[in-house]
Write a protein that binds this ligand. Sequence first.
Ligand code: ADP
Ligand code: ADP
Length: 226
Amino acid sequence: MAAITMNNIIKKYGDGFPAVNDVSLDIADGEFMILVGPSGCGKSTLLRMIVGLEDITSGEMLIGGERVNEKAPRDRNLAMVFQNYALYPHLTVYENIAFPLRLQKTSDTEVKERVNQAAELLELTEHLERKPANLSGGQRQRVAMGRAIVRNAQAFLFDEPLSNLDAKLRGQMRTEISRLQKRLGITTVYVTHDQVEAMTLGDRVAVLRKGLLQQVASPRELYENP
Ligand code: ADP
Ligand code: ADP
């Protein structure tokens, strides 16, 4: 079963030309899917409809086989990893990762177990008592991912997470995201307008143009058949 299924998704803002125009796409369990295309092609809108931050005009969105059109973001069990990581500056790494569990009133024993497990996976064990200001960009990104892991999110969603970084750091972070995604095996949807990212990061690339899904292919297929 696909992790995320989009059937004939249309999004219209007002009565203009559709921002997303009849997109159908299956994202497999554990797959790293890139959404790429020029500015204004509808990438963010599509991602926001997956998360539930934008209403779908018509069509059907399924997550884990279940229709989610009417579900609020909090009921979709997805994790949007934001560009600025949205960490709490006054909380330690431990408490930042624990945050979703605190909201759910999880017991201290279970919080400890799950945070330590996530920290180990993400190689953050030595940094648990630090504050975000004392972390590198890559470490902050991992804390944000840790927060998603502890609540067993079904998928990671990234919206141009590296676009504010310089070229060197962007390269490092790209490698890191790719490595972690493979290690965690978590379904990932990643929006970018950067061709290099699109061709190096994902298992498959979905190319959007003016709201239309033009092509879905592996980077190799795209390279050989642009
Ligand atoms: P991308 O992420 O590929 O840059 P967007 O999904 O942000 O594209 O935008 C797709 C189209 O929808 C653009 O034409 C944009 O101007 C329009 N759009 C996006 N958000 C809104 C909104 N809240 N209200 C009206 N139009 C919007
Ligand atoms: P409110 O209950 O005040 O409407 P929000 O709509 O901001 O709060 O968020 C409610 C819940 O939805 C959050 O606890 C969070 O789990 C989830 N959520 C909101 N935005 C996102 C997002 N971008 N990615 C994943 N989950 C989100």
